[in-house]
Design a protein around this ligand. Sequence first.
Ligand code: BG6
Length: 462
Amino acid sequence: MNPSDTLVFFGATGDLAYKKIFPSLQSMIRHGHLNMPVIGVAKAGWNLQQFQARARASLDEHGGGADPAILQKLFSMLKYVDGDYRDAETFKQLRQVMGNAKYPLHYLAIPPSMFATVAEGLAHSGCNHGARIILEKPFGRGAKSARELNATLLKYFAEDAIFRIDHYLGKEPVQSLLYSRFANAVLEPLWNRNYIAAVQITMAEDFGVQGRGSFYEEAGAIRDVLQNHILQLIACMAMEPPAGDGEPLRDERAKVLSMVRTLSPADVVRGQFIGYRDETGVARDSTVETFVAARLAIDSWRWDGVPFYIRTGKCLPISCTEIAVQFKKPPQHVFREANIGRCNHLRFRLSPQVVLALGLRVKKIGEAMAGTSVELIAQRHPRDEMQPYERLLLDAAHGHSAFFAREDQEEQAWRIVDPILGNKAPVHLYTPGTWGPQEVQSLLSAGECWFDPVSEDGPPPA
Ligand code: BG6
């Protein structure tokens, strides 16, 4: 496979480029991973100097400070094309600026509504020859539009040249989760409906929409996070062992998603934090969800009857992504203890720290045969690890697609959420700083409770 020889990114003056792409380029240079021209494309009426200034500001704000030597190298690689994506002239100019590039990598960091237009522009100008294309999520707005978009892309690019990005798959802790699952044979006998009572996934953020009100009005938590990040986490947790670590990883993720039952409005609770409607770009009567919780089921031999509970939202008590696997309780209460809560669990914290914890019951010192819950914890604080966008850009530049979504996965993911898009389920208000609306309790079966992640410094879960 030929490595890409030019990186072209559309949406070069936008939010994603500012927060994630420039910092990733800096890390790639630092790690010796970037040795090709980088062409930014946008419609801002800018010149190269203004574009470079934007890169510098991005590194200052989001890249831990611009490193002068790296910045100089980055500037020597940067080129800029200013133009409208609907204008053939923009692509003609791009073709010229690309010079002798044979294997360009086009990264569409733009709203999904423009994907087809840019793909067509690339094709009509010949910029798609030998090229790979990366598309940001969300990939479409629903099952139908995703299918149409796939059909358009496949006219101009082969499936193995299309990279649908979900940055969660590029996260070190998510890859570590996959590793732990399949590098520890001790887990496999327990990893099924015979031993697991339920799985809970919480992806919580303690901040609001951070000025992205108009984006959020279009997306909402279901399209923004559930359809992609959360379903990919479920796929990593629930998939069968793959035959190897390349395409088989995608085969297994797609297979397990195809067995996730389609959601209905009764399976979800949508919430909106109080104050969202006052954000810029948000309708005063908006019914868009900033929180969603759901109960999912997987119709497979391994998972039949095991609920997968998920929650994600803005303005929750802490920022944290955590997966808790609850094991079944002992079949007999030998010691007749009341309210022992959760007995055994495996807890994978993916952020802000990386934690793998095994929850066990141990006896309290004393006369009584009574116990308490403890966790055996392996914990690591993120250090100089590769950031998801750096890893994924690098993978795409080498044609490695294992950590990107394939067409069939995207279609399955939209199939799962399609019936709950829009206002099919009512939206309930919640107070910022709480775990969402009260109604989330209704998703759980009798005797179950949500296990709220606590901050690193707080007490371990009871
Ligand atoms: C993005 C969503 O895809 O993921 C954001 O658009 C969300 O709304 C973000 O905040 C979370 O990513 P991370 O890496 O900070 O957990």
